[in-house]
Design a protein around this ligand. Structure first.
Ligand SMILES: [Fe+2]
Length: 385
């Protein structure tokens, strides 16, 4: 038996944003509160959404100060703004951070509590306010997932919060919103999406349903990501990336991520490395270490992405996959931790704590090869370079 959690109303494709008022009406919602960031405010995207709603007689409130790697303080600031009016749903507009902020605010608005109490192992199934996700990057898949990650700025811990309450009721997946993304953001968020697809496929909790989504996502992303990075206005590549990121989000939300994400979150929390970038730093080496746990699965990844021929044996296909992941990291200028300004002594000093936090997130337990504390520590050492 497989339990599946998916957004119930989806609009996908170029121009999908214009369908937001209709989708709200279909869900019986008419007083949205929009959470977004300053980039969306300054580039006029928030204004466009507000106007689109107003034209259909829907008056929205907004908070434009969501921050990257959303902190507890930023969540409470948004919650305070929401409570100053009367709203029946929360729209997250932007990359993963505004959407994750919206998810937490939607739960706190109805139930109180705090992110520290709501982090795993707690599972928040009782719904908060309905969430509408409008992603403007092709990467996090947050529009399709029942998780949110909030950073405790006092301890630098990235708190993973999970449950049905965080699953958006509506997802508006419009690739036209990604056409102006800069190269670095395209690469980082795209590599995050690729990691979601691979980890969902090799996860011990994968199912036939998530396999189909994960393989489709991998194929799309692998071919489109280099094009979207080198030719930002390429509509076909952007469309493929958006579709792939959404598929990967549905896949990992229902199959879990694994060791890459488990180890990535502490890097982001302690060293403020962008989520996609910390995944990308880990992906080739963690894949190399994990292959022996499910060689047939990793070989299938290589084959669907066209990295290995369909007749290649498992060993050759796994080796080709690891090499290709190293090559794309180089092509997209993914730095090792040593090359991005991280202090070496602090990195090594924090390894025991990062390994503990990785294990505590639960994600490594879903990896095809399950590591212990010392193995995770050695992997952190290995990627330093
Ligand atoms: Fe991710």
């Amino acid at each position: 038996m497989t339990a599946l959690f998916l957004p119930s109303l989806v609009r996908i494709g170029g121009g999908a944003l214009n369908e937001l008022p209709v989708a709200l009406q279909q869900a019986g919602l008419n007083a949205p509160f929009i959470i977004t960031d300053q980039f969306m405010v300054k580039t006029g995207v928030l204004g466009r959404v507000v106007t689109c709603l107003e034209q259909q007689g829907i008056c929205a409130g907004s908070f434009g100060d969501a921050v990257p790697d959303p902190t507890v303080t930023s969540v409470y600031n948004a919650l305070k703004a929401l409570k100053s009016g009367h709203y029946d749903c929360v729209i997250g507009l932007g990359g993963g951070s505004p959407i994750d902020t919206a998810k937490m605010v939607a739960v706190l608005a109805r139930h109180g509590s705090s992110p520290a109490v709501l982090k795993v192992p707690h599972i928040q199934n009782e719904p908060g306010l309905p969430v509408i996700a409008i992603p403007t990057t092709a990467g996090t898949g947050s529009e399709a997932t029942k998780v949110t990650v909030i950073t405790d700025e006092k301890t630098d811990e990235k708190m993973l919060c999970s449950g049905y309450a965080y699953l958006p009721r509506i997802a508006i997946v419009d690739y036209e919103l990604t056409l102006t993304m800069p190269r670095r953001l395209t690469a980082d968020t795209g590599l995050d999406a690729l990691t979601h697809a691979i980890e969902a496929y090799v996860s011990q909790r994968a199912s036939a349903f998530t396999d189909g989504l994960a393989l489709s996502a991998m194929r799309r992303i692998w071919h489109a990501l280099p094009v979207a990075c080198s030719d930002p206005g390429n509509r076909y590549a952007r469309e493929q990336m958006m579709q792939g990121a959404f598929e990967a989000g549905m896949a990992f939300s229902n199959a879990s991520v694994a060791l890459v994400h488990g180890m990535s979150r502490p890097i982001g929390a302690h060293f403020h490395v962008a989520h996609g970038l910390s995944n990308a730093m880990l992906l080739p080496e963690i894949t190399a270490w994990s292959c022996s746990g499910a060689p047939e699965r990793y070989a299938a990844c290589a084959k669907i992405m066209g990295i290995a021929s369909s007749s290649a044996d498992e060993t050759a296909a796994c080796a080709a996959l690891v090499n290709a992941l190293r090559a794309i990291s180089q092509e997209l200028d993914v730095p090792a931790p040593a090359a991005c300004g991280i202090d070496k002594e602090r990195w090594y000093a924090l390894i025991p704590q990062m390994a503990e936090q990785a294990l505590a997130s639960g994600s490594p337990a879903d990896n095809p090869r399950v590591p212990d504390h010392s193995e995770i520590s050695r992997l952190y050492e290995a990627i330093w370079r």
